[in-house]
Design a binder for this molecule. Structure first.
Ligand code: SF4
Length: 369
């Protein structure tokens, strides 16, 4: 027990004095540290930042197309385009969908993500974003993965900077962290992503941050990665954050293997367990505490109960209601609709104060009874 406590105490002191744990510290926390001690430390740090307040956003996910030419081994969502269930939504269909959630459920964030559809020019996106912005003025567009942005820039023969600028001009507000997975090239090779796509993710984020466009960061764990890969991933995010402070939040989320090539090939048979999820949340808080103050839990893959536990292990943002999400159900996992009342209840039950926020983390309402 003493062996466990000593290094952790040193790491805690480091974080309290404003430093970031180093690679060795992070590998120690993954491989050896006691989970409860990690959780307690992470929760204390989160309380130091946001006290008993935990934020959430009322949002929907717009998966506008499932046609994708990247074909990652960990993805059950994509279609090549010839299958009967391949789809692309028109502007009118998108507006109809949003209309329902905007008017009936008061959503304030639209998370837009699709496949990398080779047929779509920049104008598809600019038309769509302009229409959404004029029709739903209170909705923040949190849109497109770095893969989609990179592909559009190549298709149009313009730079990533020009692509992001055109998207922002038509209504894009912020960029989600999707596509980061694990930055390491050796892991990406097994995941079926282009080897350099990790650096590309960092590069697109850097361009966005330089332009003053803020984004989220993510990490997908629970597949073939090792502790050293997660340590390098977290530290590369800290490095970029030091330059422009453009990341608003960090979400570690666990891989869902159902219906993916990784599972079919027997490389990853089962999803990771709850203890691993909590360890990743706690370590994310400890490593990023002085760089990215908002650590988001991912209830979507783990349910309400694990959402509560994540908050007790260092997360201080619940995430969103995520109405209409299509990627996780493609893995065969049943995901219910989560109303904001249930988020409020889940947080209140554990003695915390829910705070509804908008896309840019501005407070809309405190649920302090
Ligand atoms: S994860 Fe994204 S880029 Fe990869 S296959 Fe699925 S939709 Fe395409």
């Amino acid at each position: 027990m003493l062996k466990q406590a000593e290094p952790l105490e040193g790491i805690y002191e480091k974080v309290l004095s404003g430093d970031t744990p180093d690679r060795e510290d992070i590998i120690y926390m993954y491989d050896e540290a006691d989970l409860n001690s990690l959780g307690k430390m992470a929760r204390n740090l989160a309380v130091g930042i946001s006290g008993r307040y935990v934020s959430f956003v009322s949002n929907m996910i717009l998966n506008y197309t499932n046609i994708c030419n990247v074909r990652c081994n960990f993805c059950a969502f994509y279609r090549t385009g010839s299958e009967p269930d391949a789809y692309l939504l028109s502007k009118e269909e998108v507006i109809r969908k949003i209309d329902h959630y905007y008017n009936n459920l008061g959503i304030r964030q639209l998370l837009i993500q699709g496949g990398v559809n080779p047929d779509l020019p920049l104008q598809y996106y600019t038309d769509l974003f302009s229409a959404i912005r004029s029709r739903f003025p209170e909705l923040g567009i949190h849109g497109l993965s770095t893969s989609e942005i990179t592909f559009i820039s190549r298709k149009e023969h313009i730079s990533v900077k020009e692509t992001i600028s055109a998207l922002v001009e038509s209504g894009l507000e912020t960029i989600p962290g999707a596509g980061a997975e694990i930055i390491s090239a050796e892991v990406r090779k097994i995941l079926g992503r282009p080897i350099n796509s990790g650096n590309e993710w960092l590069g697109v984020m850097e361009e966005a941050h330089k332009l003053g466009v803020r984004s989220s960061a993510t990490m997908m764990f629970g597949h073939v990665e090792e502790s050293k890969h997660k340590a390098d991933h977290l530290l590369s995010i800290v490095e970029l954050q030091k330059k422009y402070n453009g990341f608003m939040s960090f979400t570690p989320w666990n891989f869902e293997p159902g219906n993916t090539d990784l599972q079919k090939k027997g490389i990853v048979k089962y999803r990771t367990g709850g203890a691993d999820v909590l360890r990743n949340i706690a370590i994310s808080r400890i490593v990023l505490n002085n760089s990215i103050p908002v650590i988001q839990s991912s209830w979507l893959t783990n349910g309400l109960q694990m959402g509560q536990m994540a908050v007790l292990f260092g997360a201080n943002d619940w995430g969103g209601t995520i109405y209409d999400e299509k990627v996780i159900p493609a893995t065969g996992k049943r995901v219910g609709n989560l109303r904001k009342e249930l988020i409020v209840q889940s947080l209140s039950q554990i003695g915390l104060i829910p705070v509804e926020r908008d896309n840019q983390y501005r407070v809309i309402r405190y649920y302090d009874t």
